[in-house]
Design a protein. Structure first.
Length: 216
């Protein structure tokens, strides 16, 4: 499995067309393909300089827009729904068995897609389709890490006993040799099980709770 971040010039869509001046950007939060040409989009505007009404008029008057209605406005964002006759970007990926993960960022006349692909071959097929739509650029491609196995029974046993015997206390209740003797293992084996268990727990914490830097 691969994750790709791709920028696509898609000014045939009213969303991208309206963002060309760089003063207005938005995110496509969800979408549903209605047919080969049309899709309904749930969008959120979070960044605009100047008159927001101007950008809505640009979108409404664009030939690709079939319907547009504001849903909710707050001091920091505005949500709206629209039916747009331009599914070319999404279909280029989905027809090649690549899954588009919202939100799709829209700014400076481009759409920024995050795509999950089963392999490089399917990504390459999608790239061939993008050539027919507009200028495009791959910003990032990385392999999705396989699911790591949980702690082994030995690692869990050593970790639990170490905890109960005070190995992790501020004033350490036992040392590694005492732990090994209590479990009936050699010092090196007990140390390896404990080290591997702690490393796995730290890895899980970093993956789940430390925010990666965004390329946008």
């Amino acid at each position: 499995m691969y994750i790709a971040k791709i920028k696509l010039d898609q000014s045939t869509c009213s969303f991208a067309y309206a963002t060309q001046d760089g003063k207005f950007s938005m995110g496509i939060m969800e979408y549903i393909l209605l047919n080969d040409q049309d899709a309904v989009f749930l969008c959120r505007i979070e960044d605009v300089e100047g008159n927001l009404k101007k950008y809505f008029e640009i979108m409404e008057q664009h030939e690709s827009t079939k319907f547009l209605q504001i849903l909710e406005k707050t001091p920091t964002s505005l949500d709206f729904i629209a039916v747009i006759r331009d599914t070319t970007g999404i279909k280029a990926f989905e027809e090649c068995y690549c899954f588009v993960k919202p939100p799709i960022k829209v700014r400076n006349g481009n759409k920024y897609y995050t795509v999950f692909a089963p392999d490089i071959m399917h990504l390459k097929k999608a790239y061939e389709k993008l050539k027919k739509i507009g200028r495009w650029e791959v910003l990032e491609v990385k392999a999705k890490d396989p699911v790591k196995s949980p702690l082994t029974n030995s690692q869990k046993r050593v970790l639990e006993i170490a905890y109960k015997m005070g190995y992790f206390s501020k004033r350490r209740g036992i040392n590694i040799l005492q732990l090994a003797d209590a479990i009936g293992l050699s010092k090196s084996t007990a140390h390896k099980h404990l080290k591997d268990a702690v490393c796995r727990i730290v890895d899980d914490f970093i993956e789940k709770y430390v925010e990666p830097e965004t390329i946008y």
